[in-house]
Design a binder for this molecule. Structure first.
Ligand code: NAP
Length: 504
């Protein structure tokens, strides 16, 4: 169930928000501590969904400034008015002599951490006579969410449990899968009642929380930062399109090794891997496929019966997109044939063989692309801001490196930007001066947001054949989806979602 808290500051606004929230929520929470003089009669009359009445004191992170007797009197009034649920702090339960027809949610909050002894805290609240236990703590580590899941799995008692804060967001999404009675979602941005609360739009339309149940498989993105990822939008919509009971969530992780151990315990079925964990993750896997092993970096981890296998879909996605662009350019006459490769389907294929490729950047994506292109027989030069990294990658991939200020001396057939220069919001930047861009050169910028970077705009104006990162992004996600689920990815849907989100 999804509960929307009403955090309006006046009775009229609260009545409006109650009506609006009732369109989307299964249940609403009336935070009367937010309203100076709450008119409980009018407020409860206007609701159309079951309500939780909460009057949180300053001590418990609320806004009620009056004395304790007045605070409890308002809650007793809500009971007299037959509110379905009344939230009372677990240590104030004794102050409610008669709960009438209302069910009492006994709540425990910790705004700074997630204690280790959640089962002990839960047991003592159950004993105190609560109808429903609510335990909400602050996540300082991604693993705190797992403590909540363990608590929920172990109890049969009606319980609401999740973590606050950015690191606790996954527990807000997954709590109902593990038996949590409800999660809270704000009516919109700015209307949150606690840190880390997702909007109702995200809960319903991105994570489809109402559909999650104990059989839902968990997938996610392992990285840091993860908050702006498109992964949840693409993968969750794809699960729906293909009819798979699964959810994809962002895991903001610092320590990869302990997270991967826990991911096995929680039976997380698959992970996308992003900055900064693509290379480190390799050390903590049970198996790694040949492409990822050669590259030394993974962007996909699949859990098969408790064994983690690493893959790299960035590499084939980039090579595939680039090869197609070259083939199309040759067919249209925009690009001269280089070497002809025999095609697997007969005939011949113009590819990257013997083309002079300059890769800008020496990070994870550069690695994947350098090894992939090397395989195609191209001559590669790596150019990077920190030259030592270019030298290291060049040595590993068996190619050359060049200092950035000498790039104008380089003969280039294909220029590939794998740096983040030009990516939103730094859209007025280009990794190279425009005078090095020559007519007929293929320029591939793997940045996909914006779809036309400054580099690509200048390249197009100078008569280059240009390719942005959207196709690569869609392909790597589609290949990932297929590794995760064994089913064909809805590629068109994925591309539409990405283009819509970046206005491309
Ligand atoms: P990464 O491992 O962190 O590498 C970042 C690279 O960018 C490094 O070479 C770094 O140079 C360079 N760089 C960063 N800021 C720079 C600046 N101000 N000036 C010059 N160089 C700078 O990241 P990654 O995983 O390789 O990803 C890089 C980019 O590719 C990101 O924009 C990412 O979104 C994009 N990407 C796209 C796809 C796709 O499917 N289209 C897939 C993967 C990645 P130093 O070594 O000197 O720091």
């Amino acid at each position: 169930m999804i509960c929307i808290p009403i955090t309006a500051k006046t009775n009229d606004e609260a009545i409006n928000d109650l009506r609006e929230a009732s369109r989307f929520a299964d249940i609403v929470e009336l935070r009367i501590d937010y309203i100076k003089e709450p008119d409980l009669n009018a407020l409860l009359k206007s609701k159309t969904k079951p309500v939780i009445v909460t009057n949180r004191s300053l001590r418990q992170g609320g806004l009620f400034e009056g004395d304790e007797i007045d605070r409890m009197d308002l809650l007793k009034k809500a009971i007299n008015l037959k509110a379905e649920f009344v939230d009372v702090e677990y240590d104030c339960l004794g102050k409610i002599a008669d709960k009438g027809v209302s069910k009492i949610i006994a709540s425990y909050h910790d705004f700074s951490k997630t204690p280790d002894d959640l089962p002990g805290i839960h047991a003592s609240i159950v004993k105190s006579g609560a109808d429903i236990v609510k335990i909400v703590t602050f996540a300082t580590d991604i693993r705190d969410n797992f403590k909540m899941f363990e608590l929920l799995k172990a109890t049969g008692f009606p319980t609401i449990a999740f973590c606050m804060g950015e690191l606790g967001q996954i527990s807000r999404i997954l709590t109902t899968k593990f038996g949590g009675r409800l999660t809270f979602a704000s009516l919109g941005k700015g209307k949150e009642s606690a840190p880390g609360q997702l909007t109702i739009d995200d809960c319903k339309n991105v994570y489809r929380i109402s559909k999650l149940n104990e059989d839902t498989d968990i997938y996610g993105l392992l990285g840091d930062p993860v908050s702006h990822s498109m992964g949840p939008h693409i993968h969750n919509a794809s699960f729906d399109a293909v009819g798979i009971n699964a959810v994809y969530v962002p895991f903001k992780v610092e320590a990869v090794s302990s997270f991967l151990e826990m991911s096995k315990k929680l039976d997380i079925k698959g992970l996308s891997v992003t900055i900064p964990h693509k290379e480190t993750s390799v050390n903590f896997l049970d198996n790694i496929d040949v492409i990822a092993k050669n590259i030394g970096a993974v962007n996909t981890i699949v859990n098969r019966n408790g064994k983690l296998t690493g893959h790299n879909t960035d590499c084939p996605a980039a090579i595939n997109s680039l090869s197609l662009t070259i083939i199309n350019a040759v067919i249209s006459g925009a690009l001269k044939m280089a070497k002809i490769e025999p095609s697997p389907t007969g005939g011949s294929l113009p590819t990257l063989k013997d083309r002079k490729v300059v890769i800008l950047g020496a990070g994870g994506a550069a690695r994947a692309i350098a090894f992939g292109i090397k395989d195609k027989g191209a001559s590669i030069t790596i150019v990077n801001r920190v030259h030592q990294r270019a030298e290291n990658l060049a040595a590993e991939a068996g190619c050359q490196s060049l200092k950035m200020h000498k790039i104008h001396k380089c003969e280039i057939d294909v220029l590939i930007n794998t740096t983040s220069v030009g990516m939103h919001p730094e859209i007025d930047e280009s990794p190279v001066p425009s005078y090095i861009l020559k007519k007929g050169m293929v320029v591939f910028d793997i940045v996909y947001n914006p779809p036309e970077t400054k580099l690509l705009k200048e390249a197009r104006e100078r008569g280059c054949i240009v390719l942005n990162g959207v196709k690569m992004f869609v392909k790597q996600a589609a290949m990932q989806f297929e590794l995760f689920t064994g089913q064909r990815a809805p590629v068109k849907l994925m591309e539409d979602i990405i283009r819509k989100r970046i206005n491309g």
